[in-house]
Design a protein around this ligand. Structure first.
Ligand SMILES: Cc1cc2nc3c(=O)[nH]c(=O)nc-3n(C[C@H](O)[C@H](O)[C@H](O)COP(=O)(O)OP(=O)(O)OC[C@H]3O[C@@H](n4cnc5c(N)ncnc54)[C@H](O)[C@@H]3O)c2cc1C
Length: 451
């Protein structure tokens, strides 16, 4: 059932921009000329008393969930367009529940294969199967699909009113302005005073830094990712393929009838210099898995130059009493997604959790923000309730993802032999392992007067 609230026009005026606003006339419109609108119609950015920083998974899903609840938000994105690069994200059933809730899941389901199971191999065991799982048998009701990040973002954005996203709008600094709200200053000099700011600005979030969070911690391994293309159709069964070596593991997942996602995680003491040469990137990746099963190598070789990325893996554990809260002391700024809880991708949960954050935050915030009042106490209480609810979910998950990564990146030959001989073939149980993907989420029916 929706917590639908309609938006009133005074409320829409609570977001402003342009040159520094005079003290007593804070609410100005975002300047259309300075913003590149998301839609081809290039209409001015929308106004609201909520500004979301970052048009990634968290930012767009939050904007969409709020919109379905009848509350408008403006989204600021530093890029000139939605992120076109990136490979794919494997979304589990919790991610799909949220995509259902915001009304985009079926559009995506039509494009991406439902993964039926998992196959685990080891080069040390001659590439033979260590174990094969069927989701249907071991984890009934599980839904796993890898989606192209670009398409996920485009799909979410397409459901927002034209002009909601202001591109080329990089946040430079942020400052509390007492009861007026929070002042956001952009790189190009524009200033925006907003009642509520939602920081969805990713792993290197300047808003999280401003709120006192430590920098994310490099966990000692890096990832290569790529998206292979098969114009005439890819040949694989819809299964996740994992191959476990010593300090190196790789995998591939069919994404669609013509695309296959692959990854390699490898230990490295420090991330080293950034490599931008696409040929060098691909050959470094191939070198890491030289002699590994030929299907993996074939997938990697079918990847266009430029569709391979290398990323240092980081996380930040939200220790109680040590980490700041997700919402600022003034109760005007709140974080979602990687900006709050960067986690390693070992459980495939970063984007899924960003989606969960979006619906929980929107449901908490919408009633508080509706009606134009956005009274500080009500908003702060809504932010705190979100933080409490989500902390209990994301802290253990971040820790678990980190621990799983540490275990599967073991290099010790005896430990790897035990993993290949006993743990994977006899002990791993997929159902309990995937319990973290349980997440209840009602549909958000569109409000009668969605902005
Ligand atoms: C190797 C790897 C594999 C992964 N695989 C999976 C997976 O299979 N499944 C899964 O669920 N998750 C996966 N993840 C995690 C997932 O990518 C992230 O959790 C997810 O992208 C977080 O979304 P977000 O919106 O919080 O951040 P982002 O997607 O990073 O979006 C942040 C946005 O903010 C913008 N921004 C940043 N700074 C500013 C600024 N100053 N001003 C304006 N805009 C700004 C950025 O341009 C960007 O558009 C993986 C991560 C890695 C590293």
């Amino acid at each position: 059932m929706a917590l639908a609230t309609s938006i009133s026009s005074p409320q829409l005026r609570h977001c402003s921009s342009s040159v520094p606003p005079p003290r007593r006339r804070p609410w100005r419109r975002l300047r259309p000329a300075a913003a590149v609108a998301a839609s081809a119609t290039a209409t001015p950015p929308s106004e609201g008393n909520i500004v979301i920083v970052g048009a990634g998974v968290a930012g767009l899903a939050t904007a969409l969930a709020l919109r379905r609840l009848g509350v408008g938000a403006a989204v600021l994105e530093q890029g000139e367009a939605l992120r076109a690069g990136g490979t794919s994200l494997t979304l589990f059933k919790n991610g799909w529940r949220v995509l259902d809730a915001v009304g985009v899941a079926d559009e995506l389901r039509a494009k991406y294969l439902r993964i039926q199971g998992m196959r685990m191999r080891s080069p040390a065991a001659g590439g033979r199967d260590l174990r094969e799982f069927s989701f249907e048998e071991e984890a009934p009701g599980q839904e796993v699909r890898a989606v192209e990040r670009r398409v996920l973002l485009e799909t979410l954005a397409s459901k927002l009113p034209p002009g909601t996203i202001s591109f080329s709008s990089k946040l430079k600094s942020i400052a509390e302005q007492g009861p007026d709200g929070t002042l956001l200053e952009l790189e190009d000099g524009r200033q925006i005073l907003s009642k509520i700011v939602i920081g969805c600005d990713g792993v290197n979030s300047p808003i999280a830094r401003w709120m006192g969070f430590s920098e994310p911690r490099y966990v000692g391994h890096m990832a290569f990712r790529g998206l292979a293309e098969y114009a005439d159709g890819q040949p694989f069964e819809p299964k996740v393929n994992y191959i476990y070596g010593r300090g190196v593991r790789a995998g591939f997942v069919p994404v669609s009838p013509t695309k296959v996602y692959w990854f390699i995680c490898f230990n490295r003491q420090d991330p080293g210099p950034k490599i931008t040469d696409p040929v060098a990137l691909k050959s470094e990746a191939l070198e890491l898995v030289r002699g590994w099963p030929s299907d993996l190598l074939a997938v990697m070789r079918s990847t266009p130059e430029g569709a391979v990325v290398r990323t240092p893996l980081v996380d930040r554990w939200l220790w109680p009493g040590l980490a700041p809260g997700a919402s600022s002391r003034g109760g005007r700024v709140v974080l979602a997604g990687d900006a709050w809880h960067p986690m390693t991708p070992n459980l495939g949960q970063g984007a899924c959790c960003a989606l969960e954050d979006a619906v929980v935050l929107a449901r908490r915030l919408a009633p508080a923000a509706a009606g134009g009042g956005a009274g500080a106490g009500v908003v702060e209480a809504a932010m705190r309730a979100y933080e409490t609810e989500r902390w209990a979910r994301v802290f253990p998950l971040t820790a678990r993802a980190g621990l799983v990564g540490a275990l599967v990146q073991w290099e010790n030959p005896a430990v790897c032999a035990a993993r290949d001989g006993v743990v994977i073939p006899r002990l791993v149980r997929l159902g309990p392992f995937l319990e973290h993907t349980n997440f209840e989420c009602d549909l958000i029916e569109p409000a009668p007067q969605s902005p």
